[in-house]
Structure formats: structure tokens, C-alpha cells
Design a protein around this ligand. Structure first.
Ligand SMILES: [Zn+2]
Length: 577
């Protein structure tokens, strides 16, 4: 049977333009939204003022209101029409109601408004990072107003709100204390990716606050643990006493009604626990300066990996490790290509990853924290203090320096090259549709290699058309700046031996006639082919060298060709890609 191509509507049914995970959080359970305020009906003009508050300049009043907790603020808003106007004029309130309306609705519906101010929500709106791991956090935990990523809120103990009775048992606190802590009343509905139905409104308390309150009450963590275990032992004793009493009295069926006290730690269930999702709302990221939403929200909430060969906006970014310079004791450096287009430079602090893992592209990429959104080219990965996991401590859009002497008319973007065999850390065989045969690309992998490439680019200009080195074919660029060059590949060649002395002398003399000292003559820098010697590696070359220096270099040649130390050999630095 021949398969029919899918129609457009069938395709649309099967694919998403932008993946939207149905994770069944509070957003998905809020009542449907009515018409936005002020839409469709004209609000009457205020008739009375704000009493003593009228003495305050508007800016001051706004600043004051933005710091009120949301419970008080919405109470104030109900005072009169002038109060509504005042509240709606607060810039932070406007931004929150425009871009994160569900956050406000969520907070008011689970009744956590008394612990959160409008100013706090606004601050979270303008901060992209998860407060646990530093990666992009696409959610807000609205019991205490913390921005989190899916992984952190679905795995971390502190984002699992506790039933009040559980908190009392687990942290040895009492009801009076609980009443002072951030707590909420859940909205009945469907929660967690497993779509668990919850029909009741549950009274839940913030885990971390209850934990801290327990420690404060008992003096220390161990004292709290001791209290909790004594308490549960007492309850168990009491249970046993009553059970045996019931058995002795012969009232069998009642034993079944006595409940055995719970001693074990409460079931967590990670992302399968619906309570984890009852105080979670989606949170976009607002750029504080442009006051525009960043639309990377979708993309960054997914894991980065390298498996996708092709990347569309809103899907998993494609990351390719281009070069690495790994140092077990110091910062390691990486040059990566994102979505086959953008080069980013990463530095990673020592001790974060295993050296072998960092040297192997696929394993490094699988371990990298999510790439932060935005237009950046330098990122630094370090330990995140709260949990010790690697995170992006900083990303910046750096103005990277390039090679300055652009003497050749041709510039080729690195994306036009297909890199082949690596000859040295920063020298590759490559192919490019513009050339019929394989070429050699040499470029600065990292900033510290740029001065060398700058020097060597100039040297190739000095020797152009003098039959000294390989033909210079053009500059190699990356995102507009020049990072290196391409030269012809000398085929069927070998390194020089002492027998090649005269051939090498001929070439070296041509160089010296131009007043140039090579600076690094050794047998590996002379390629012998077609009855001649071609010099390479001019990064130590100096123009306008004096006769004495040149003579010394010339005299040293014979000795260099006999050298057996391996100096100047093709030692490929152990790195990836
Ligand atoms: Zn996180």
C-alpha cells in the first residue's frame, strides 16, 4: 500500500510549532479569565480622594504601594475609584498584570498574598535565572515567590509544600507557629504530569519555612530530630498499649480502627506528587531595559543536547564542541557552536567536571547547564553556592578582538569550511566549495592565541610571492572578525632531514634576503616536496632583523636538522573535537 503524503492539517495535528508541555501546574487550574479590567465598560470618574494620602507625591505613593504585600494592596484597591487608579498606575503592578497576570491570579487564589509584594513579583519577572541552579527558570513558586526551573522545583525538597499535620509531625512545630509561616490553600483540580485529580482544598505550608521554624524552636537540627523521633516513639508506644489493651478486652474489630502512627519520612514522589504543582505558575522573563518579553522561554526550559542536527526556534538548541583547552588545575576553555551558527566561548572552573568528560565533546555537552537566553558570546560556568551544581555564573556579549592586518582580498567565514583532520591544536585540514582541493586552516581558538595569528598573518604578507612558504589563500573569519587564515596544503611532503640542508638553506636565504628572521627553525618547519623546501610556522618571525641575528639563524640550521629531541614536532594537544 502506498502512503499518502500528510495534508497540512494532519501535519499540524502531529507537530507543534513550539512545544508546550502540559505540566498541570496552578495556571492550568485557575478559573477561565473574564474580560480584562476596564475593557468594554467605561469606569466612572472618582468622586472622593485618598484622604491623608493625598499629601504624598504620586511617585512616593506608588513606591509605597508597590512594597505593600499583595493582600493589603488589593484591599487598598477596593477602597475607592481613586485607589484603583493609584494602584493601576504603579509601574511594577502594570508590568505584572500585563505580562504575568496568572502569577497575580495564582497568588490571590491560593491566598499567599500576605507574604509577597508587587515589587518582589516584578523583581522576579525581570530575573531569568532559577534561584536554585542558575539556569533559566520558567516558573515561579508562589508560596515564597522564588523563580525556579522545572528540574529544581520537581526534585528539590523545599518546593514540596507540606500538609500542616505533616509539618507538625516532621519538624516538631505547633499550630501557633505554623500560623505565622507562609501557607496556602490549594485550588482543586488536576496536577502533575501524571494528571492526578485533587478534589479538596488543602491547607499547605512552605516546607523550608517549617523546617527553619523547627530548628529555631528546638535550637538545632539534631535537637529537632531528637524531639521528632522521641515524639513518634511515644506515639508508637501509645498505639501498642492501646492495641494490646483492645486485644485483651477481646474487642478484635476495634484494633483495625486504631491507626498506626506514621514514623517514616513522608512520601515525596518528585514530579509525580501533585502537591508540588499547586503553588507553581509559569513565569515569563521581562527584559528590564526594553520592557519586552524574552521569547526564549520555551527553548530554555528544555534540556540542551547535541542530538538534533537541525534546530528550529523554540526547540532544543544544537550544540557542537569545536575546540577545548582543558586544564585540571585551572579554568578550562571551550569554543562551541550553537545551532550551527553562533560561536560561544565558555570557561569552566576547575573541579566542576571530570577532565575526561570535558575532553569528550558529547559528554561535555550533555553535562552543560542550560544555555541562558539572550545574545551573548562569553559564558562562565562555576559552582552554584546553594547546591554545588555547575551553573552559568555570568554571560556577556564581549567585543572580541580579531586579527588586524587584513591584507588579503579574500575573507572566508569559518562556517563555509568543513573541518577535516586536526594537525595541531589550532591547525586543521579543511575543504571549502570555493577550492578544488583540501586546504589548511589555522586560527585562534581562544583569545590568547590571537596575537600569534596576528603576527603570522603579517609574516605571510611579507613573504607573498617569494617562494618561501605555502600560498596564502585568505583570511578566516568568525561572525565578522578575522580569527586566522587559510593556506594551501602541501601534498606528498615530508619533514626535513640533515640531507636536505642545502634545500633548506636556499629557502631560508630567500627569507633572510627580505630581512626576516624565522624565529623557530627546526626540521618540522621545513616541508620537503617536489625538489624544494617550503617553510611554515611564521608566528615568531621578525621583520627588519639585523644581519647578525640572521647569520646566527643561518648557522644554526645544520644543527637543527640533526636534532633528535622532537622539538617542533606535531604534538597535538590532548583536546576534543
Ligand atoms: Zn533550577
Amino acid at each position: 500500500m502506498e502512503e499518502e503524503p500528510l495534508s497540512k492539517s494532519q501535519l499540524e495535528d502531529l507537530t507543534y510549532p513550539c512545544p508546550r508541555l502540559r505540566d498541570f501546574i496552578l495556571d492550568d487550574n485557575l478559573p477561565a479569565l473574564g474580560s480584562p479590567p476596564g475593557n468594554g465598560h467605561i469606569r466612572k470618574l472618582p468622586k472622593v480622594d485618598l484622604g491623608t494620602l493625598v499629601v504624598l507625591p504620586l511617585e512616593l505613593l506608588q513606591a509605597l504601594l508597590s512594597h505593600l504585600n499583595l493582600y493589603t494592596l488589593t484591599g487598598f484597591r477596593r477602597v475607592n475609584r481613586r485607589a484603583i487608579e493609584a494602584v493601576e498606575s504603579i509601574p511594577q503592578y502594570k508590568a505584572v498584570t500585563t505580562h504575568a497576570r496568572n502569577v497575580l491570579r495564582g497568588i490571590l487564589s491560593i491566598e499567599t498574598g500576605q507574604w509577597i509584594s508587587c515589587e518582589t513579583v516584578y523583581e522576579k519577572l525581570c530575573t531569568a535565572e532559577c534561584e536554585e541552579c542558575g539556569d533559566f527558570g520558567g516558573y515561579l513558586y508562589i508560596l515564597t515567590c522564588k523563580r525556579v526551573c522545572f528540574l529544581c522545583f520537581s526534585e528539590g525538597k523545599r518546593y514540596l509544600p507540606q500538609r500542616r499535620s505533616h509539618a507538625i509531625r516532621k519538624f516538631g512545630v505547633n499550630r501557633q507557629i505554623l500560623n505565622t509561616l507562609p501557607c496556602m490553600r490549594s485550588i482543586p483540580g488536576t496536577y502533575s504530569p501524571n494528571e492526578k485529580k485533587c478534589h479538596e482544598r488543602l491547607a499547605l505550608v512552605d516546607s523550608e519555612s517549617a523546617y527553619r521554624a523547627g530548628i529555631t524552636l528546638h535550637g538545632s537540627f539534631s535537637a529537632m530530630e531528637q524531639y521528632v523521633s522521641n515524639k513518634s516513639a511515644q506515639k508508637l508506644q501509645e498505639f501498642n498499649r492501646r492495641t494490646s489493651q483492645a486485644t485483651a478486652e477481646g474487642s478484635g474489630p476495634t484494633t483495625r480502627r486504631l491507626r498506626r502512627p506514621r514514623t517514616e519520612d513522608l512520601f515525596d514522589g518528585r514530579s509525580g506528587n501533585p502537591m508540588r504543582f499547586m503553588a507553581i505558575v509559569r513565569m515569563p522573563w521581562l527584559n528590564r531595559v526594553s520592557q519586552e518579553l524574552d521569547d526564549c522561554t520555551q527553548q530554555k526550559s528544555l534540556y540542551s543536547n547535541s542530538s538534533s542536527a537541525y534546530s528550529m526556534p523554540g526547540t532544543i538548541p544544537d550544540i557542537q564542541l569545536l575546540q577545548a583547552s582543558v586544564d585540571p588545575e585551572d579554568q578550562s576553555e571551550f569554543r562551541i557552536l550553537v545551532d550551527q551558527k553562533f560561536v560561544k566561548y565558555l570557561t569552566i572552573d576547575p573541579g566542576l567536571y571530570d577532565v575526561d568528560d570535558m575532553c569528550f565533546g558529547p559528554s561535555l555537552i550533555s553535562m552543560l547547564p542550560h544555555l541562558p537566553p539572550g545574545d551573548w558570546n562569553e559564558g562562565h560556568i562555576s559552582h552554584n553556592t546553594p547546591n554545588g551544581r555547575p551553573h552559568f555564573a555570568r554571560v556577556t556579549k564581549a567585543q572580541l578582538l580579531g586579527v588586524t592586518n587584513l591584507w588579503h582580498p579574500l575573507q572566508i567565514d569559518h562556517l563555509e569550511l568543513h573541518m577535516g583532520q586536526k594537525l595541531r591544536s589550532n591547525v586543521y585540514e579543511a575543504t571549502c566549495p570555493r577550492f578544488n582541493s583540501t586546504i589548511i586552516a589555522k586560527f585562534a581558538r581562544f583569545a590568547w592565541e590571537r596575537p600569534q595569528l596576528d603576527a603570522e598573518t603579517s609574516a605571510y604578507q611579507w613573504i607573498e610571492n617569494h617562494q618561501i612558504g605555502p600560498k596564502f589563500l585568505g583570511h578566516l573569519s568568525e561572525e565578522g572578525r578575522v580569527i586566522g587564515f587559510i593556506i594551501e596544503r602541501i601534498t606528498d611532503c615530508r619533514h626535513a632531514t640533515p640531507e636536505d640542508l642545502s634545500l633548506c638553506q636556499l629557502t631560508l636565504l630567500r627569507l633572510h634576503k627580505l630581512g626576516i628572521e624565522h624565529g623557530d627553525i627546526n626540521k618540522h618547519n621545513f616541508l620537503i616536496h617536489d625538489g624544494k623546501a617550503t617553510l611554515i610556522d611564521f608566528d615568531n618571525s621578525t621583520l627588519y632583523s639585523d644581519a647578525k641575528t640572521l647569520d646566527e639563524e643561518f648557522q644554526a640550521l645544520q644543527e637543527e636538522l640533526r636534532d633528535t629531541s622532537g622539538r617542533g614536532g606535531r604534538i597535538v594537544e590532548s583536546d576534543a573535537a
